[in-house]
Design a protein around this ligand. Sequence first.
Ligand SMILES: [Zn+2]
Length: 304
Amino acid sequence: MQGKNGLKEVLDRLDTRQLDEDVHLIIGNNLGTFPYSNSLLILDEEVVLIDAGAGEEILHPLKDHVDILINSHYHIDHILGNHLFGKLWVVEEEAGVTSSFDSYKRFAGIHDTTIEYEWLSWFHEHFSFHVSSPTRTFSHTELFRFGTTQWQAVHTPGHSPGHCCFYEPERRLMFSSDLDLTAFGPWYGNPNADLNDFIESIKMLSEFEIDVIATSHMMPIRDNVQQALEEYLSIIFEREERILGLLEKEMTLQALEAENIIYKKEQKRYKAFAWFEQKMIEKHLAQLMESGKVEQVGNRFKAL
Ligand SMILES: [Zn+2]
């Protein structure tokens, strides 16, 4: 293991953003847009990488320098390069999910669903799954000390059950992973995602004092962090308003999905994406029915 020796030369060849003296955001392929993601690199007494979805040609030169890889959550665009690294730390809620493709599929809620075949064809078109197992699990409240820096795991469920952000209080840095602040907005398209939790997680992040926030799928934000978080949260409420407006007339879930509230029509050339959209709309409908704003009549929904 080479640690920090020669690492500067490696970083010079990569697309990175320096967040602090010893903290860098490694920009993934396609500027970190899905199906790739950015990684956080912490150069402390131990060299720590958070997430491994930047692309193999980006991660390969780092592999002999990184002491510990941490996964922010189990999604494929964050774990694709796990197999390159020796030590893998995974949050307890998601331990073992990537240990086999079957467990991945089951945890993601795809196994034995009507969409499984289409999901598999989309998945294999984009990803080569490698199994990986944690060498250590961590609690979602853990405080990591890698030398001089302290990184607080911040449990932010909603996107996935164990999703964690990572906060360094002295440097006021937040790595918020898939609370990604992109204009696409929050994603809660798996059965194990939770809309209420997602809303609470975004609100919780806005309580931190943050000078720089780095996410998995865009460039770091240094100004107006609070505003970026508010705008991100507002996308959820805009979706809700859109659904309520459409439900002035009775509609089925399938008809709502065809309105392309979440994805653009062309993105849904993959049937799996239409299914994800249905799952997201279902969560809105459940919330709206619970608050008495929508009723269900047979397989149709109507605003009250
Ligand atoms: Zn994710």
